[in-house]
Every structure is written in structure tokens, then in C-alpha cells.
Design a protein around this ligand. Sequence first.
Ligand code: ADP
Ligand code: MG
Length: 224
Amino acid sequence: MKQITLSQVSKMYNHIKAVDDVCLEIEEGCFYAIKGHSGSGKTTLLNILGTLDNPTEGSVMVDDINILNMTDKEKSLIRMKKIGFVFQEFYLNETFKAFENVMVPMFINPELKGHNLKDRAVQILDDLGLGERVNHYPNILSGGEKQRVAIARALANNPDCILADEPTGNLDKDNELMVLKILKQLSLEGKAVVVVSHNDEVLKFADYAFEMSKGRLKEVAYEI
Ligand SMILES: Nc1ncnc2c1ncn2[C@@H]1O[C@H](COP(=O)(O)OP(=O)(O)O)[C@@H](O)[C@H]1O
Ligand SMILES: [Mg+2]
């Protein structure tokens, strides 16, 4: 993936404009931080960036292809190969061990057929400092560890882009910092990383910092 480009994107829910005339270009190797209060439209915007949702106005281009011209199947292929999602609530499968959670997205990837998926999952977890936790079930992991497993799962198919929706919302300060550092590192390794949050901490990591308010997105200057 080279980039995702939103042009004059709006999303209406009944009478509410959840996203209002947003232009945004997401490129590999950059960290984008979007700060905004609850209800400002962050999740809606992230879902549009991730092709989970269509805008009511404007265009979404993924590598110069307009997603409005894609079938649902084509969009799900893009999500599988190019986009990794991370959520505030982790959404791990509690009945699977850490490495099994990371393997789940690999099963639907035909390009990985014949590969040793377990080794691959263990390696990704090890890279995130979870080498000792691969066989653990989520319920005995700390919040920070759970989120690292969720990040590992997002990396399972080596996506070009990571979209993280309040990834530190359930974490204490130390773990918040650890998760933001990992996401920053992923951007330095060449991935496009978009993180939305209702607090300021994330802005310190940003190459491009934005504030969202009532569906409007505006770039903000942020000095570290
Ligand atoms: N599926 C939906 N149906 C109706 N309204 C929605 C839906 N999703 C979001 N909204 C509304 O859109 C606005 C933005 O929501 P959201 O994107 O979840 O904001 P944030 O993630 O910043 O809290 C809110 O007013 C919310 O109530
Ligand atoms: Mg939200």
C-alpha cells in the first residue's frame, strides 16, 4: 500500500454529521495522531479509513483505487492484507492462547498457505517482548500484555497500515507509553500508523497531529 486518501469525506447518521468534510492522506512510514473528545467522530473516521464503512459523501482511495468501486469481497481482501486494526477493548478470543489469537488472521490468508503459522505467530509475539507469554490465555495477561497480543494479531499478515482506536484507553500510564512506543517503532519500520485517542499523550509521537471536533478534522502544531 502506498497510501489511503480521503477527499471531502462526510458521514451522516440520521441527522448527525459524524464526519464532516475531511481530507486526509495517510502514507507509509508516518505516524498520525488524532485527538478528540468522545463523540467527535474518531471511530467513524477510522472505520472509513479501514474500508469498514463507506462515506455518505466524498471519496476514499486506497492505492489510487476508489473503494466505492470495490465489492465487499475486494474490500475484505484489502483489510486482510493491508490493514491491521487495534481496539481499546483488545477483543482477544479468551479461549485461545496468545499465539493462537495471533494465528487467527493468518488462516484466511491464502499467501501463507504452507507456512508454519505457529512459528510466525511466536516470532511476532517475541518481537513485542512477549516470548514468555505465547502459551498463556488472555485472562492471565495484564492489560498491557493483552494489548501487545492484539498488536501482534494486527501484524499477523504484515499489513502496510495499522489503525488503532483508543489503544491505550484501558491502560495505565506505563503501559500506555509502552504501546505508543511500539506503534511509533512500527511507523519507523515503514508502516502507516493512525492512532486516535481522547488524550494528549499520543500527540507527542506524531509526525502529523490532528484534532477532531464535531466531525471536523484539523491539523494542529505540536511541539514535543
Ligand atoms: N452506527 C451509528 N448510528 C448512529 N449514530 C452513530 C453511529 N456511530 C456513531 N454515531 C454517532 O456519530 C458521532 C461520532 O461517533 P464516533 O465516531 O463513535 O465518535 P468517537 O469515536 O470520537 O467517540 C456520535 O454522535 C455518535 O453518536
Ligand atoms: Mg470511538
